[in-house]
Design a protein around this ligand. Structure first.
Ligand code: G4P
Length: 536
């Protein structure tokens, strides 16, 4: 029973560059899963305004995204957990960390625009963690780029081999439908999402006469394309997909609800159940009886009337039960949870138990920070939860010296929540906040004032990257730190960090100091430079 529960879970995220169709696809998947009944029930968590004065509005929109943070539904006997990710690039760190909590990913690519910047960055994280990915090429109802060209671009920019499992028959105004290579069927397109059962036809082989009857002149092109695919791409090998060596590709149109069911059915067939995870002392397998899980995201509500904080916990092994004591490893104390929540569209509901692969929301009064582990007593810390090098840096100027302690406390707690990263320079005298976008500075300033009564302003710095530095030769590292002291600081765990002003400068320094290693990511709960894969 317990093993069955684990085996039937599929925990994944949909990622894309904004506007490729992630929200639309999410909604269609939920409709198929019966989790929602009408289109429009899933609010886009795309943040529409991004000027400084609008950040409260942004938080309101983010509030909506909490409700839709983890959506679950049943399909084909599987329990699907779909983790939502914010669309705004200033929240990219949130997305990176959500990726540590999933077992696989669906990437949406717009067939007109091809692979875009944000998708490339997100894929880097998937590659690092060896997360299996499926690609959905969307918007085939538009005149897009040639399918073979798109596949080449995916291989090239996302650095992964691809294998089409469905194939489009023309596109744009003459889009006819897709041929499902995986289960040999023809799915005919009707604009407006009005597909009917007769539109899906089983096909014996690609030379089936039915194709000529239904597709006319387009059947010839389809046969040529399929012959080329079979010649160029190796047969689909599920193991290679699970090893993250190969990405199966589907084509469709999310807004027209076309190709989505095929994607979902194949996904439930091939996607991995909960995978093992690497902790500092050993690999944790999902079917171990003893409970373990980690916090990958904390959401704080800025609305003073509902100042609740929710810590999102991914269960890695064992069974979670409401009102049972679990061990908080970092704090060394036992905690129990009265109202652990699961989320569905706009609704939250209290759950009694949860299994590996599930994500639950724990109401928190300040016990948790990102990367924290809960167990039944074992002292482990999950690895591979990243802090990435921020891109915007500002010095914190305290504008109310009477409240220095509060400022210090606020900065530490907000950075524990993952809002930003804190660096320290000049023997503790200079505090630097690093983020991936401007938006976080407004959020921090507002929260410092309203939650900690501390006020500050931010003074921009000319840095564009912070790298954690190590060396096999401690003397060389020491020398480097001495010589470059104006560009050196520490993260909040005391690990040395080098600030560079440009890629060019960093490149030069790396050439000049071959014995120093520069890392663009670190472990969030220790600051240890570099990143473990996180999955055993
Ligand atoms: P995102 O979450 O990845 O940012 O994208 P989202 O689903 O919000 O989709 C972005 C836009 O692309 C939306 O249009 C959506 O309707 C459209 N779209 C999604 N799938 C398809 C498709 O298969 N074909 C076409 N032609 N368009 C598609 P919008 O005008 O920005 O919003 P809306 O007013 O339609 O909601």
């Amino acid at each position: 029973m317990y093993t069955e529960e684990i085996k039937r879970r599929r925990t994944f995220a949909i990622i894309s560059h904004p506007d490729a169709g992630k929200t639309t696809l999410t909604e269609k998947l939920l409709l198929f899963g019966g989790a929602i009944q009408t289109a429009g029930a899933v609010k886009s968590n795309k943040i529409k305004k991004s000027t400084a004065s609008d950040f409260m509005e942004i938080e309101k929109q983010r509030g909506i995204s909490v409700a839709t943070s983890v959506m679950n539904f049943e399909y084909n006997g599987k329990k699907i957990n779909l983790l939502d990710t914010p669309g705004h690039k200033d929240f990219a760190e949130d997305v990176y960390r959500t990726l540590t909590a999933v077992d696989s990913v669906i990437i949406v690519v717009d067939c007109v625009k091809g692979v875009e910047e944000q998708t490339e960055k997100l894929m880097e994280v998937c590659r690092m963690r060896k997360t299996p990915v499926i690609v959905f090429i969307n918007k085939l109802d538009r005149e897009g780029r040639r399918p073979f060209e798109l596949l080449d671009e995916i291989e090239d920019k996302l650095c992964i081999k691809v294998r089409p499992l469905s194939w489009p028959i023309s596109m744009g105004s003459s889009f006819k439908g897709v041929y499902n290579i995986y289960n040999k069927s023809l799915n005919l397109f009707r604009p407006g999402g009005a597909s009917i059962a007769e539109d899906v036809l089983a096909v014996d082989t690609i030379s089936d006469r039915l194709l000529d009857e239904r597709l006319g002149e387009y059947a010839f092109q389809l046969r040529e394309d399929i012959a080329l695919i079979e010649g160029v791409y190796e047969p689909f090998d599920r193991q290679r997909y699970l090893d993250a060596d190969l990405a199966p590709v589907f084509f469709g149109s999310a807004v027209n609800n076309f190709g989505v069911k095929e994607l979902l059915t194949t996904f439930t067939d091939i996607a991995p159940p909960p995978r093992s995870r690497l902790a500092d002392t050993r690999v944790i397998h999902p079917d171990e009886k003893s409970f373990s899980g980690f916090v990958f995201k904390i959401h704080a509500n800025l609305d003073p009337k509902h100042r609740d904080r929710i810590a999102f916990l991914r269960i890695c092994s064992g069974k979670f039960e409401r009102n049972k004591f679990f061990h908080h490893v970092r704090l060394g104390k036992d905690l129990k949870f009265r109202s652990p929540a699961s989320f569905l569209a706009q609704e939250k509901s209290i759950i009694e138990e949860a299994y590996p692969g599930d994500v639950i929301g724990l109401y928190d009064t300040g016990n948790f920070k990102i990367g924290d582990t809960l167990t039944e007593g074992e002292k482990i810390m999950f690895q591979g939860i990243p802090s990435f090098s921020p891109e915007v840096f500002k010095e914190v100027i305290n504008t109310d010296p009477m409240r220095s302690k509060q400022l210090e406390k606020g900065l530490l707690q907000l950075t524990d929540e993952g809002v930003a990263q804190l660096f320290i320079q000049q023997q503790g005298k200079r505090r630097i906040v690093g983020t991936v976008g401007e938006l976080q500075f407004d959020v921090i300033q507002y929260r410092l004032l309203h939650e900690y009564g501390a006020s500050c302003r931010f003074s921009p710095l000319n840095f564009s990257k912070a790298c954690w530095i190590t060396s096999h030769d401690p003397k060389k590292l020491e020398k480097f730190c001495e010589y470059r002291s104006s560009k050196l600081g520490e993260d909040k765990y005391g690990n040395p960090v080098f600030f560079s002003e440009s890629d060019w400068e960093l490149q030069r320094i790396r050439t000049d100091y071959p014995d120093i290693e520069f890392h663009f990511s670190s472990e969030i709960n220790t600051g240890a430079p570099g990143l473990k894969e996180g999955i055993g």
